[in-house]
Design a protein around this ligand. Structure first.
Ligand SMILES: C[S@@+](CC[C@H](N)C(=O)[O-])C[C@H]1O[C@@H](n2cnc3c(N)ncnc32)[C@H](O)[C@@H]1O
Length: 312
């Protein structure tokens, strides 16, 4: 009986042929590069098909002179955490390149087009809306000062500004390339946002200076230790009664629980810390960082919104 149980466990946990095949392919660099190239081409095709002019938009951004925007946002003294200096999303130099910065917006539209059936290019806006639909009624007061950690090219900061037009918004990111694009987009929209080039775990921002810290689609890109440090830093910069809100993949959603393991393996090949994120006890981590037990609600078939108020 014991032996049967063990055998069953062994059968359940050993990777399937498809998973082993995918792992085998990804272990061979030229094949992995080919797989990443194919995945990227598919994403570009998907974007163009739903009316997102990927190629045209990227060419337009490539034709601009970025020297001044880059110089304005870059903190040349900053040293990057090791975990950040790795390949992400099939870009060899991760988030530290112009190519990644120019493609991040159309890529978000392409990836989020599939969350809701028929949403197409509106999927991204719908995802952001679904977060704010949960967050806004949960806050006791309208926030005056908001910090968007991991703001990338600014999509999450602009969404915050639309929901809280009177608030002062700060967008912070580790990639000066992304921040340069964010700055350019803000000028186009005549949006007044402060862009900060820093690590979310040591922002350099004053104690108790924000009412809301928002972290949108960042934690799945972090090792657990970085997430713990970022939550502690969020606690430090929040005022008494302030809130930390986190929107990210929901490991407990059916979409991930029922995902074929080899697809998950492919996903992990572009998201190096996904395993650590899926294994993180987010409630416990928040409580240890000085927050009350959070509320967790699903805001899409595969995303969740976690809201935690400063304790005490
Ligand atoms: C998937 S993007 C999220 C983008 C954005 N919040 C949005 O909604 O479109 C993750 C971002 O987090 C940033 N990031 C990752 N680790 C970070 C860290 N430790 N400190 C600051 N930014 C970080 C990356 O540079 C990237 O721009």
């Amino acid at each position: 009986m014991v032996q049967r149980k063990l055998m069953t466990a062994a059968v359940q946990t050993s990777p399937s042929f498809a998973t082993r095949l995918v792992n085998g392919i990804l272990a061979i660099k030229p094949l992995a590069n080919l797989a990443k190239h194919q995945a990227r081409q598919m994403m570009i095709k998907r974007a163009e098909k739903i009316g997102v002019p990927w190629t045209k938009e990227v060419q337009k951004l490539q034709s601009l002179d970025w020297e001044s925007d880059f110089a304005q946002v870059q903190n040349s003294q900053l040293s990057y955490p090791d975990y950040y200096l790795t390949s992400f999303h099939a870009y060899e130099t991760g988030n530290l390149s112009w190519q990644a910065a120019f493609e991040v917006e159309p890529a978000a539209y392409a990836v989020h087009a599939k969350i809701w059936q028929g949403a197409k290019a509106q999927g991204d806006a719908k995802l952001r809306q679904s977060y704010h639909d949960i967050l806004k009624p949960s806050l006791a007061h309208e926030p005056q000062d908001i910090l968007d950690l991991g703001c990338s090219v600014g999509l999450s900061s602009f969404a915050l500004q639309e929901v809280y037009p009177h608030a002062k918004i700060t967008g912070l990111d580790l990639s000066p390339y992304f921040l340069a694009v964010a700055r350019y987009r803000a000028q186009q929209r005549q949006a007044k946002i402060d862009w900060v080039h820093a690590a979310a775990e040591s922002t350099g921002l004053p104690n108790a200076s924000f009412d809301l810290v928002s972290i949108f689609l960042v934690c799945h890109e972090l090792p657990q230790l970085a997430t713990q440090q970022i939550f502690a830093e969020a606690r430090r910069v929040l005022r008494p009664g302030g809130y930390l809100a986190i929107m990210d993949m929901n490991p407990k959603s059916e979409a991930f629980e029922k995902m074929p393991p080899y697809i998950l393996t492919l996903l992990k090949s572009t998201e190096p810390y996904l395993d650590e994120y899926f294994a993180l006890d987010i409630e416990q981590t928040l409580v240890e960082a000085g927050f009350q037990t959070p509320t967790i609600a699903s805001n899409s078939p595969r995303h969740r919104t976690v809201i935690a108020q400063v304790s005490g």
